[in-house]
Design a protein around this ligand. Structure first.
Ligand code: ADP
Length: 272
């Protein structure tokens, strides 16, 4: 019942969300779309996967249906269910069935979080059959030619129980994402926050220093998303140290010792 999803459609000429390309991923995605192949985006959180899909959907002029997967998400949440109203039972398409019927791009963010029963519906959709079995109605929906399945997954969480099964991952064209090169990351920070070159250069320097820290007990390091948030606070008038503390240091850790090690790096970079 609690599938979280939003639909963005582009009935007229869409404005294309800004996306700074890293290394040819736009072309690869476009080829996969034309060849009717599903795509798997791998990479750490906050490195631009969602923005990439939004950008490509707008470029290809397809509606985008995004589902944030979580550990209660079942196949029925994706496919649909019968709802009772006015004494009648009425079939209600879930987000995946809607995308399959209407030729949208369906983006399942953090797909490994979803319940295992979702695999049963994803497999026949992700290979050359391109069908969505709807168990409750006995239907097999043939996907519209424009339908595309995109899933994302963060291998960095190191949760063996939550790895993608080989039989699932081998159905997808894989695109590997990472934090952008400094020049590109600077451009993203400036475009997303309105920060000037001095601020963006300093934040990228800070990111480089923080990403080098390997002796700290961090699940993940600073993402482009966190740098953009810090830049926005700085542009709004917050002192750099305060902005970095709130949006980077305290966002990365709850541990006092780790926080003070990160804060030292922040201090060293911004006092240069
Ligand atoms: P992910 O889906 O990988 O967790 P997002 O796509 O939500 O990350 O990216 C987080 C934010 O970082 C975006 O809202 C955007 O401001 C910025 N961002 C990251 N990478 C890019 C990029 N290549 N181009 C434009 N913005 C980016």
């Amino acid at each position: 019942m609690n599938a979280m999803y939003r639909t963005e459609s582009f009935p007229t000429a869409p404005s294309i969300p800004f996306y700074a390309e890293q290394s040819g991923e736009c072309r690869l995605f476009e080829h996969a779309y034309r060849q009717k192949l599903p795509v798997l985006l791998k990479g750490p959180t906050g490195c631009g996967k969602t923005r990439f899909v939004e950008h490509m959907a707008a470029r290809l002029q397809r509606p985008l249906i995004t589902v944030s997967c979580h550990d209660d998400l079942t196949a029925a949440d994706l496919v649909g269910r019968y709802l009772i109203g006015d004494g009648n039972t009425v079939w209600n398409d879930g987000p995946l069935a809607r995308a399959v019927r209407t030729g949208a791009i369906c983006y399942l963010d953090e797909v490994v979080e979803a319940r295992k029963d979702t695999t049963v519906v994803l497999h026949p959709l992700a290979d050359d059959r391109r069908v969505l079995p709807i168990e409750r109605t006995g239907e097999e929906l043939q996907a519209s030619p424009e339908f595309m399945l995109v899933v994302s997954y963060n291998p960095g969480y190191q949760n063996l129980l939550k790895n993608l099964k080989p039989s699932t991952r081998q159905r997808f064209v894989a695109l590997v994402f990472n934090y952008p090169e400094p020049e590109i990351e600077r451009r993203i920070i400036e475009a997303e926050s309105g920060a000037d070159a001095i601020v963006s250069t300093r934040l990228v320097k800070l990111a480089t220093a923080l990403r080098r820290l390997t002796d700290q007990d961090l699940e993940e390091t600073v993402s482009t998303r966190l740098l953009v948030v810090a830049a926005r606070l700085i542009v709004a008038g917050l002192p750099e140290a305060e902005a970095c503390r709130a949006s980077i240091v305290d966002a990365l850790t709850d541990d006092a010792e780790t926080a003070s090690a990160l804060a030292e790096v922040v201090h060293a970079v911004i006092s240069q």
